[in-house]
Design a protein around this ligand. Structure first.
Ligand SMILES: [Zn+2]
Ligand SMILES: [Zn+2]
Length: 177
């Protein structure tokens, strides 16, 4: 996901550009994801600030039922990119002191791909769930309980539990009289 900022680098601090994003990004080997949203670039005193909200979906495996599912993610990007070459003179610039800083390459291109990968890692759920109410797998037979109960143990519907408790209480009362 590349944006040429050679013009913006020549402009005054505070100048902006808005980009609509709708691109396929390689998240990892054999895992391309579509990223959509908007990015605003702002000229800062040191470089270019990128800000924006991007939407994507990644394929995850549910930690309860082990089914693959598509997990929507929102990436709130805010990163400053520092030039490695002076846009006016072509002279190389010292690399930014802070290691791991994002840089604008010698062709004055900002590539958001690595930032997108890092933001996805940040917001990706540690214990992905296909649904908040995922019933998971039966610990005995491995049956996917989202598909209905298995034969391992009698399944009591919680709505009936109260009724049967009442019924047995009534039976007890009539036995006493
Ligand atoms: Zn699940
Ligand atoms: Zn079972």
């Amino acid at each position: 996901m590349q944006m040429n900022v050679s013009q913006l680098l020549k402009e005054y601090i505070g100048s902006t550009r808005n980009y609509n994003v709708d691109e396929v990004v390689e998240f990892s080997d054999d895992n391309d994801i579509r990223v959509q949203g908007g990015i605003r670039l702002t000229r800062t005193d040191k470089g270019i600030l990128t800000q924006g909200k991007l939407h994507t979906e990644i394929e995850l495996t549910c930690s309860r039922c082990l089914s693959p599912f598509s997990c929507p993610l929102i990436l709130n990007i805010e990163e400053e990119y520092f030039p490695t070459m002076d846009v006016l003179t072509g002279a190389s610039l010292p690399t930014p002191e802070e290691s791991g800083s994002f840089t604008i390459n010698e062709h004055h291109i900002i590539d958001l791909t690595e930032a997108i990968r890092q933001y996805i890692m940040l917001v990706m759920p540690m214990k992905p769930l296909c649904d908040k109410g995922c019933a998971g797998l039966c610990p005995t037979c491995g049956h996917d309980l989202n598909q209905g109960p298995c034969d391992c143990q009698p399944q009591t519907d919680p709505r009936w539990a109260k009724l049967s408790a009442l019924a047995s209480a009534n039976n007890d009362a009539s036995a006493d009289s």
